[in-house]
Structure formats: C-alpha cells, structure tokens
Ligand binder design. Sequence first.
Ligand SMILES: CC(=O)N[C@H]1[C@@H](OP(=O)(O)OP(=O)(O)OC[C@H]2O[C@@H](n3ccc(=O)[nH]c3=O)[C@H](O)[C@@H]2O)O[C@H](CO)[C@@H](O)[C@@H]1O[C@H](C)C(=O)N[C@@H](C)C(=O)N[C@H](CCC(=O)O)C(=O)O
Ligand SMILES: Nc1ncnc2c1ncn2[C@@H]1O[C@H](COP(=O)(O)OP(=O)(O)OP(=O)(O)O)[C@@H](O)[C@H]1O
Ligand SMILES: N[C@H](CCC[C@H](N)C(=O)O)C(=O)O
Length: 500
Amino acid sequence: MTLSCLTNTLGDLLAGPLPDADPCVSAIQYDSRKVTDGALFVAIPGEAVDGHRYIPEAIASGAVAVMGELPHDDLAVPYIQVTDSRKALALISATHYDHPADRLTLVAVTGTNGKTTVAYILESIFAAAGLCPGVMGTISTRFCGREEASAMTTPESRDIQDTLARMAAAGVTHAVMEVSSHALALDRVAGCAFDAAIFTNLTQDHLDYHGTMEIYGEAKKRLFEEHRKEGAAAVINMANEHGRNLAETLSGTVFTVGKETGALAADRIEVAIDGIKGEFVTPNERVPFASGATGRYNLENILCAAGAALSVGIPMDAVVRGVAAFKVPGRLERVPNPCGLHLFVDYAHTPDALENVLSTLRHLVPGRLICVFGCGGDRDRTKRPLMAGIGAAYSDLAVVTSDNPRSEAPEKIIEDMVPGIDGETSFRYEPERLSKEFSRKGYVVVVDRREAIGLAVASARPGDTVLVAGKGHETYQIIGTQRLDFDDRKEVLKAVESTR
Ligand SMILES: CC(=O)N[C@H]1[C@@H](OP(=O)(O)OP(=O)(O)OC[C@H]2O[C@@H](n3ccc(=O)[nH]c3=O)[C@H](O)[C@@H]2O)O[C@H](CO)[C@@H](O)[C@@H]1O[C@H](C)C(=O)N[C@@H](C)C(=O)N[C@H](CCC(=O)O)C(=O)O
Ligand SMILES: Nc1ncnc2c1ncn2[C@@H]1O[C@H](COP(=O)(O)OP(=O)(O)OP(=O)(O)O)[C@@H](O)[C@H]1O
Ligand SMILES: N[C@H](CCC[C@H](N)C(=O)O)C(=O)O
C-alpha cells in the first residue's frame, strides 16, 4: 500500500503538508526495534520515553517513512506530522490491514472486573452455535486451535488490527475483545467498530493511571459512545449503579441485562459451590440454564455474555449450551487434594473482586476461611488498605503477602495494606505462633508468597477453605525486574504435599 493511501484516512489529524514522495509501505511499526525494510515508523511520545528519539534508529533499520507529532524537515525519508500519533497509528493500521473488524462479528467487553470471564463465556457460546470464535484478552489470544499468551489485556492498535486480520484470514467468524480503560484512554481501539459492546461494572482500580473514578468511568464510556457499529447494542449490566446510569445516558440500542423488565434477566436462581442454575427470562420466553461457575457476580457475567450473544443473533439454545460448557483458568479454580480441604485460586486483585469472591465462599463453604493475598507493586496504591480490610473482615485468617511487587519493596506494599485492617476485630498473629488450632479471627504477615501459601495450607483443618487470591492464571511473579516462575495452583499443591 502506498503512503498516500494511508494518510488519506487521517483528515483533521494531519498537522502539516504531505510529502511529495509516495513510497510503498510494507508494514507499520510503533517500536523502532521492530522496524524492517519498507516499514512506516510511527513515533509516539510515551510516558516513559519519547518515540521521536528513535527515528534515526528506525530509518537505519529500513523505515521508508516516519509519522510523528513534532515538526521535522531534515529527515532522509518522507515525514508526516500529525496532532495525535496514537490515534493516527490506529487509523492507518486499520487501513493497512483492510479493516478486519468489518469482516468479523466483533464484540467488546469492558468493566473493572469480569472481562476475561465474559470473554470465555462468549467464546463458548459462539462455539456451541457452530461458529468459529476468536478471543483477545488478558490470558491469551486464541483462535482456530492457536493460543498465544498475552502481554496485555488490550494490545496496541497496530497489533489489534494485525491479530484481527489473522483471525479473519483463518476463518474466524465471531471475535470477542477485552477492552481495558487504558486501551480506551490511549486510543488502542480507534479503528475498531463493534457489533456489541458490554459493560460489566466500575469499581476502584487503576487510579494510579486515571487519577479519579470519574475520569476512569469516562474512559470506559468511550467504548459505547465512539466504537459501536450502526445499530450495535450496548449490553449493560443493570445490577450496579454505574450500569444503570450508563444505560440512561446512552443513545442507540441499549440491551439491559439483570433487570426484571429488561431485555434479559434471570429468575429462580440457585447458587451452590459447584455452580449456578436458574432460568433466563426475556420478554418472550423463560429458558432453564446451568453453569459450573459460582457466585452472584458470575451470574452477572453470564447475563452479560448471553445478552451480547442474543443481541448479535445467536439462538437461545446455543447460549444455554455455551453457558453450560465454559471454564476460566484461575477464576475460583479448585485445586483437588486428598486432605479434605477446599482449595481455590482466584484472580481477585481489586477490592470489589476480593469482596465478591470471599463473600461467595463465606456463604457456600462450611469450616473456616483462610485467604492469602497481596497487592501489586507499581499499581493503584489506594486500593491496598481497602483490600487488606476486606480480606481480614471476611476471613477467619488473612495471610497478607506479596503479589507482583515489581519495582517496589514488598515490605513497603504490605505496610500500605496493614492499616486497612481493623485491629479490634482481627488479632495479629506472629507466623511462628500460629497453629492449626488458631481460635481468634486474625491476620498474619508473611512477605514471601510461597511461605505464605505454605502457612495457610498448614493452618487449615479438614473442611476448611483456603483461597489464594490475586494472581489466578499467572505463571510468574515479578520481583524487581525479574520475572520468576510462580504458579499459585502448583504452589498450593506443593504445600499440600509437604503438610501431609
Ligand atoms: C500506561 C500504559 O498503558 N503504557 C503503555 C504506553 O507506554 P508509554 O506511553 O510509557 O510508552 P513508552 O514506553 O514511553 O514508549 C513510547 C514509544 O517509544 C517506543 N520505543 C521505545 C523504546 C525503543 O527503543 N524504541 C521505541 O520505538 C515505544 O514502542 C512506544 O511506542 O504505550 C506503550 C506502547 O504502546 C505500552 O507498551 C505501555 O503499556 C505498558 C507496558 C503497561 O504496563 N500497560 C498496562 C498498565 C496496561 O495497559 N494495562 C491494561 C490492563 C489494565 C487492566 O484492566 O487490568 C492493558 O490493556 O493491558
Ligand atoms: N462481574 C464481576 N464483578 C465483580 N468481581 C468479579 C466479576 N467477575 C469476576 N470477578 C472477580 O474478579 C476477578 C477477575 O475476573 P476477570 O478476570 O473475569 O476480570 P477482568 O476484568 O478480566 O480482570 P483484569 O482486567 O484485571 O484482567 C475474578 O477472579 C473474580 O474474583
Ligand atoms: N492487568 C492488571 C493485572 C493485575 C494482576 C495482579 N496480580 C497484579 O500484579 O497487581 C494490572 O496489570 O494491573
């Protein structure tokens, strides 16, 4: 494709005259380290570094043209000045890959919690309907039997377009994308128009990036206001106030879920430790369903996915079969063991998620509840005391430990957490003084996550429940700049082995 074919789509984003030369562009790159012969390099002024400083490196690697926000009249290759590099990158990438979003039925899901779960449910529904599903999300990108682990929930725009094009070429008919608030704020999905857009919920997270809940909410709202195809439904979870407000303010088709008088609701619900069953209720029918996922919050996820599927024309019988079949790695994943313990690994890493998962277990399992959890480093610090308070309030024993400390000192993160615990109702145990017979509700601090899991399992009696929260499917722990092998599910098993 020639450079002018790409720049033709930029309209108001152009900030200077177009160059006379019109080279053929073989690829688009935003990272100079990936530039090869014939590429167009887009320089992004980032938070950590300014991509403009890598222009010479990109040209040396074979870039035939460069796009960026700063003025440049001295380059050896044509230069296009734009007002917003990220947005321009998204638009030219969509053009370069020939608008793959238009060749698929594409569903987006956003919300603080539940995106990955909803994406798995939809994938299962599309498969049950005999369609060919594709998924881009936190755990992986998956389609047609291929699976690539993800580095991000929502990749950079160029990579989204590249993946959608590969999906379309491989025969994917229906794709689902998790769309994070970072992606919306940074225009990673500009150039994508969705056939349905789902909102799960909005609770505290990522305030390190967005600053306030209002700005965070505004970023999420952009999915519904800017990225829907003509006639595409906004599928809104009405079980929370943010959903109800969003449904009221949006124009176009709004498909509400979880409200009796809405497009899809649930009735006669029974929640047990091994799953949920009940009836889907639409204005026209009542249909029984069952799922192996538990917790009221998963009922909300099921309704969101089912609602989106119905809104894009999937028949109810396929929805029911898809809901019955899905499983999500690392979300209330049971670790089987011969000791009579209920052992679970879950990805709860926000206050709301932790509260949901702990209150679900509290109601469904007998015995004492022991929870191992920490908070991620280089992420929203204000959620730390909140998560600690919730963890201690709902557990008989809270084992406060490290998550992914990243560049922060693990002890410092725990210092931020502990003040959130109510010392009047939770006794602080010293690790060496804790025994299986602990009788007072309390908490203990064990910085090393492996040791923390070991202590939790060793402190549990048959019939007790141990929840290891925060890292779910992750198979690593990031300490400093090291990414060490670490899988909560394997660590729990090892702890069981060593206490037998
Ligand atoms: C806060 C955030 O999202 N930051 C993203 C942003 O980084 P940045 O603005 O700091 O970019 P930068 O590192 O300064 O680099 C600027 C430019 O120089 C380029 N560069 C850099 C070095 C070099 O040698 N050559 C070169 O060309 C880079 O490729 C980039 O284009 O743009 C980068 C390039 O697109 C992203 O990699 C980076 O994501 C970082 C890795 C990240 O951790 N993001 C997380 C917070 C994130 O996005 N998370 C959400 C999920 C959240 C959730 O819901 O849980 C997600 O969607 O994954
Ligand atoms: N609808 C929901 N409401 C509240 N909490 C939820 C909901 N769904 C899942 N959770 C909790 O949040 C955790 C993460 O769920 P999931 O991976 O589906 O969300 P996510 O939005 O993809 O998260 P992330 O963006 O961080 O990857 C689960 O392990 C569970 O503890
Ligand atoms: N996408 C989220 C995942 C957090 C997972 C948790 N284990 C942590 O490291 O905080 C983030 O990057 O903020």
